[in-house]
Write a protein that binds this ligand. Structure first.
Ligand SMILES: Cc1cc2nc3c(=O)[nH]c(=O)nc-3n(C[C@H](O)[C@H](O)[C@H](O)COP(=O)(O)OP(=O)(O)OC[C@H]3O[C@@H](n4cnc5c(N)ncnc54)[C@H](O)[C@@H]3O)c2cc1C
Length: 455
């Protein structure tokens, strides 16, 4: 083993490898369990990533890619593995305003990339609570969703091309900058949402959009679930495609984020059945605002909405989003288990009712416009048996309704027992075939997604 570490030190330089206490220090994250890596590697270039994988592959040594380590399914757990941290590969190489593209090294933090786009009057539309730590590479590898999927799609829709290094060190450069390119297989898709199990993504070409001029946000309340999809469709139709978020807060979540120790104040009276935060982004400051209020007013008049508040300043807009994003409040009464499920809107009400009957303290919120709910349950005594019981209570009714166990966070280690509840045997078999073809020695993020025996 020391030969491998010596070879890696020679390839990366002293600053490029941490072992012992220095490695242990970096293996801490408030969000996820990272385990005890053999070493933390910090390459500066694609060539160094390639050298690492060549050496690791020859030695049969596991390698776990690390981005911002904000992933929520233990995809970065690196017990006994080489943790390959992308932190020093964070350069924004190019922004092309005419083409509307950005080429970036994947260790770049999402917020940094978004701010660089904004400085050129462009928009990188991905937005999520972990924006200040999550990296472009992590976003690609998890096919991150976030707050604006309704309008701009998931990360997959923002990636035009990428460069990845395979398990044996081969560099696959597929930095396509074109919006349309049907010349053969679209190789990049293999590395989007595959959680670092098929390759390490080192660079990417991202699609940027014009930076919106108007930014309208409101929160409203409804008194029955059926009103939610009605208002969603009304806003979609009435705003001509400008609707960018439709987030729903179940009353327990609203209560948590608007009562101390939470710092948020309640913008609407408590006691309603559901609360929704809606956001629209457009190109005409005055007309967009008027249209936004008009559509909401019509919904209020017809009784679909029972109360509403429209943010009038940047501070008010930020305050409404802060309520939605104050997810930490869900853990204030003890350890929790968080779920990230996907299902048709028409099935949500009965689904939540069934899960709640089994787990009375359940807290629910989510990107309803995308069919994505976050369910938060108490972890109880924290035992594996309790966890298993909670998972069954959440996933069984979901399976019966054709839902997915992961809308956006991925499978990692935490959900792999339930992969087959959302994917057919044929789909899982294709996943195994791909894994075997790309990584026959199973050194890349081993055990993640498919599990050790399945890989
Ligand atoms: C407060 C909070 C809010 C969040 N909100 C959302 C949300 O709204 N939507 C959403 O989708 N997610 C959300 N997440 C989850 C998380 O932020 C995303 O999954 C994010 O995309 C992970 O990026 P990261 O750089 O932290 O990746 P990491 O956690 O470092 O890695 C995630 C996975 O990708 C692999 N990986 C990382 N970098 C690379 C690379 N360069 N090449 C190959 N594999 C790589 C890792 O091995 C791991 O399997 C949230 C997390 C937190 C803590």
């Amino acid at each position: 083993m020391s030969t491998l570490l010596d070879d890696l030190r020679a390839a990366l330089g002293a600053e490029g490898i941490f072992t012992g206490e220095a490695a242990a220090e970096r293996a801490r994250s408030p969000w996820t369990r990272l385990g005890a890596p053999l070493a933390v590697l910090r390459p500066r270039s694609t060539e160094e990533v390639s050298a690492i994988l060549r050496l690791a592959s020859a030695a049969g040594q596991a390698v776990v890619p690390w981005g911002g380590r904000t992933g929520l399914v233990e995809g970065c757990q690196a017990d006994g593995a080489l943790a390959l941290s992308m932190e020093r590969m964070n350069v924004i190489e190019d922004i092309d305003p005419a083409a509307g593209t950005m080429r970036v090294q994947t260790g770049c933090v999402l917020q940094t990339a978004c701010e660089a786009a904004e400085a050129r009057d462009l928009l990188l539309p991905l937005d999520l609570g972990a924006r200040g730590s999550a990296t472009i590479g992590g976003n690609i590898s998890t096919n991150a969703g976030g707050n604006r999927v309704l309008r701009y799609g998931m990360m997959r829709d923002m990636v035009l091309g990428l460069e990845a290094v395979l398990a044996d060190g081969t560099v696959v450069t597929a930095l396509n900058p074109l919006l349309k390119n049907n010349a053969g297989y679209d190789i990049k898709q293999l590395f989007i949402g595959t959680e670092g199990t098929l390759g390490v993504v080192t660079r990417a070409v991202l699609r940027l959009r014009p930076r919106p001029v108007s930014h309208n946000i409101a929160m409203f309340a409804v008194d029955d679930f059926d009103a939610l999809p009605r208002v969603l469709r009304r806003l979609e139709r009435g705003l001509g495609g400008a609707l960018s978020a439709f987030e729903v807060l179940w009353p327990e979540y609203y209560e948590l984020v608007t009562t101390p120790p939470a710092r948020g104040a309640a913008p609407l009276l408590r006691g309603h059945a559901y609360y929704a935060l809606v956001e629209a982004m457009g190109g005409d400051l005055e007309a967009d605002g008027a249209r936004f209020e008009q559509v909401l007013a019509a919904a209020l008049e017809d009784g679909d909405i029972v109360d509403a508040v429209v943010a009038k300043s940047d501070a008010e807009r930020a305050a409404l989003w802060r309520l939605r994003d104050d997810v930490g409040q869900t853990a204030r009464n003890g350890p929790i288990i968080a779920f990230d499920v996907s299902l048709g809107i028409a099935r949500m009400e009965s689904y939540v009712a069934e899960v709640r009957a089994a787990l009375p303290g359940l807290v629910v919120f989510g990107h309803l416009g995308d069919g994505n709910l976050h369910l938060i349950a108490s972890a109880g005594d924290g035992s594996p048996a309790t966890r298993h019981g909670v998972e069954e209570a959440v996933y069984r009714p979901l399976r019966a309704r054709g839902g997915s166990v992961s809308a956006e966070h991925g499978i990692g280690l935490m959900k792999r027992d339930y992969l087959s509840w959302s994917r057919s045997p044929a789909e899982v078999a294709v996943m195994r075939t791909l894994k075997q073809a790309f990584d026959p020695r199973h050194i890349l993020n081993p055990g993640k997604v498919l599990g050790p025996t399945d890989a």
